[in-house]
Design a protein around this ligand. Structure first.
Ligand code: ADP
Ligand code: MG
Length: 435
C-alpha cells in the first residue's frame, strides 16, 4: 500500500514554562510518498517529531494540517481501527496474564461484521504469524517467560495478525540489549520482505536505520532534512546536520574558508575549490577520507593510535577541528608512515563535504557536483525516492527551545504516562485497542 503524506503538520501548545502560550511545531509541512512494499526508516534525534508523524499516520493523533493517503484513499479523518494498520512500540505492551497465543489472537476477537472470523480461522492465522516471527514453539508461555526479543516478536505478530496494509514501528528495538537488537532487526527486515507490507520504522539510531531501510528519511525539528537510499544520503549529504547525524565514528568537522578558489583549514590549503565563491565554511571529513602521506596538506598532532585489525584509527588534534579529536581510519599497512607525533593527510574528494557556515547547506567542490548530478539523474530514471530540504534549514538555536519543551513534557509525566498506559495494554498505546 502506497502511503502519501501531503503538507502534514502538527502543532502542540508548548509545555515549557518559559514560553507560555507558545507553540511547538512538532511536524512541519512533511511531504513524502512511500512506495508500496518498502521499508522506510524515519530517523532523527529525540524530539524531532518521529512519533508524532507515526501517530498521525496511525490515526491516534489528528493533524493540525495536511492530508494522509493510503493508496488513493484519503484516510486523514478515518478512525485508527478503520485504517488497517499494525502498530508496534518500544515497550512490547503485551497482556501479562495472557499466553502468547491469546495475545496474538486478541486483535482478531473484536472483529465485527463481515470481518468476523471463526475460531478455526483465528487459530490458523495466529499460527501463521507466529511461524513467520518464529515464536510458534512458545505459544503457551506467558510474556514473562520470554526474553525481550521474543516478547517484541510477539508484539510484531500481534500487529501482523490482522493483515495490516501498513506496519508502523516506533523504536521497536530500543529496549533490547545490543545482541538481540541486531538479531531482531534482521528478523524485522526478513518479515517485511516476506510479507511485503509497507513499513515505517522509527528510530533515533542511524546505524539501525541505515542497515534496515530501503529509504531513510532524516528529520530535524519536525522538518525532513534529506530522503533517499541510505548509501546515497551517507555519500552525498545535503547539509551539515545530515552529514553529522550519519556515520560511526562520526564525521570530523572543521572550521574553514574558501578563498581565491581554494579550501583552507586554518592556514593550510587542503583542497582546490575552483569556481567556488569566497565564504566561511564547515569542512566535514569522514574518518575514511584521510590519506596518510608525507606530502599531506592537513597537519595534525597524533594523540593515540587504535589498532582495529586490518584498519588503524589515528586519533589526533587540529586547531580547526570542532570535535575534540580528529578520527581517521587508515590501513594498518600505512602504520609505518607515521614517524614522530605529527601526521599529514591528503583528503579523498568523495569523503570531503563543505557547507556554508551561515546556511549549513552543502557547497560542492571539484568534481562533486558532476557526481551528484549523475546520481540524481540515475535515481530519477529508476523512480527512486530522494529529496533534500528546500528552503532555510532549521537552526541549532531552535534545538534548545525544543529540548526544553521535551524536558517539560518529561516532567509533566506526559511520556511516562503514555508509556505506562501502553505497557498495561490499555487505551493510548497498545496495538490492539486502536488498530
Ligand atoms: P520523537 O518521537 O522524534 O522523539 P515526538 O514526536 O515525540 O518526537 O515529539 C516532537 C515534539 O513535540 C517534541 O518537542 C515533543 O516535546 C512535542 N510533543 C509531543 N507530543 C506532545 C504533546 N502531546 N503536547 C505537547 N508537546 C508534545
Ligand atoms: Mg518518539
Amino acid at each position: 500500500m502506497k502511503v502519501v503524506l501531503e503538507h502534514l503538520t502538527k502543532i502542540f501548545p508548548s509545555r515549557s514554562k518559559k514560553d507560555k502560550g507558545a507553540e511547538v511545531v512538532a511536524v512541519n509541512d512533511f511531504n513524502l510518498e512511500i512506495p508500496d512494499g518498502k521499508l522506510i526508516g524515519l530517523l532523527g534525534p529525540s524530539g524531532c517529531g518521529k512519533s508524532t508523524t507515526l501517530f498521525m499516520i496511525s490515526g491516534l493523533q489528528a493533524p493540525t494540517g495536511g492530508r494522509i493517503y493510503f493508496g488513493d484513499d484519503d484516510v486523514t479523518s478515518l478512525a485508527p481501527e478503520n485504517r488497517g494498520i499494525g502498530l508496534v512500540f518500544q515497550n512490547y505492551a503485551l497482556y501479562p496474564h495472557l499466553t502468547v497465543q491469546q495475545n496474538i489472537l486478541f486483535p482478531l476477537q473484536n472483529l465485527k461484521g463481515e470481518n468476523r472470523l471463526s475460531k478455526e480461522e483465528m487459530l490458523t492465522r495466529a499460527n501463521e504469524v507466529a511461524k513467520l516471527v518464529q515464536i510458534d514453539e512458545f505459544m503457551n508461555r506467558k510474556p514473562s517467560e520470554l526474553s525481550g526479543g521474543q516478547q517484541q516478536r510477539v508484539a510484531i505478530a500481534r500487529a501482523l495478525v490482522k493483515m495490516p496494509r501498513v506496519l508502523l514501528l516506533d523504536e521497536p528495538l530500543s529496549n533490547l540489549d545490543a545482541r538481540l537488537r541486531l538479531q531482531t532487526r534482521e528478523e524485522i527486515r526478513r518479515i517485511q520482505r516476506d510479507t511485503q507490507i509497507t513499513t515505517i520504522f522509527v528510530t533515533h539510531d542511524q546505524e539501525e536505520a541505515m542497515s534496515i531501510s530501503d529509504y531513510i528519511v532524516v528529520m530535524k525539528l519536525g522538518v525532513i532534512m534529506q530522503t533517499g537510499k541510505p548509501q546515497w544520503v551517507y555519500d552525498d549529504p545535503a547539509n551539515l546536520f545530515v552529514a553529522k547525524f550519519l556515520g560511526t565514528p562520526p564525521i570530523n568537522v572543521f572550521e574553514g574558508r574558501v578563498e581565491g578558489g581554494r579550501l583552507f583549514i586554518g592556514e593550510e590549503c587542503v583542497f582546490e575549490a575552483e569556481g567556488v565563491e569566497d565564504q566561511q565554511v564547515y569542512v566535514g571529513i569522514r574518518p575514511e577520507g584521510f590519506i596518510l602521506e608525507d606530502s599531506g596538506k592537513l597537519t595534525c598532532k597524533v594523540s593515540g593510535i587504535d589498532v582495529m585489525g586490518r584498519d588503524v584509527s589515528i586519533v589526533s588534534t587540529n586547531q580547526g577541528s570542532l570535535n575534540p579529536v580528529v578520527r581517521s581510519i587508515i590501513s594498518s599497512d600505512d602504520l609505518g608512515k607515521i614517524n614522530g607525533d605529527t601526521v599529514r593527510f591528503n583528503l579523498k574528494e568523495h569523503k570531503l563535504f563543505v557547507f556554508n557556515k551561515d546556511t549549513e547547506e552543502r557547497v560542492y567542490i571539484g568534481g562533486q557536483k558532476a557526481v551528484h548530478d549523475e546520481a540524481v539523474a540515475k535515481m530519477k530514471a529508476e523512480g527512486q525516492i530522494f529529496a533534500s530540504h528546500d528552503g532555510p534549514l532549521p537552526k541549532e538555536a531552535d534545538d534548545a527551545a525544543r529540548a526544553e519543551n521535551a524536558a517539560a513534557n518529561e516532567k509533566k509525566g506526559f511520556f511516562s504516562r503514555r508509556k505506562k498506559r501502553a505497557s498495561e495494554g490499555q487505551n493510548g498505546g497498545s496495538a490492539d485497542s486502536e488498530a
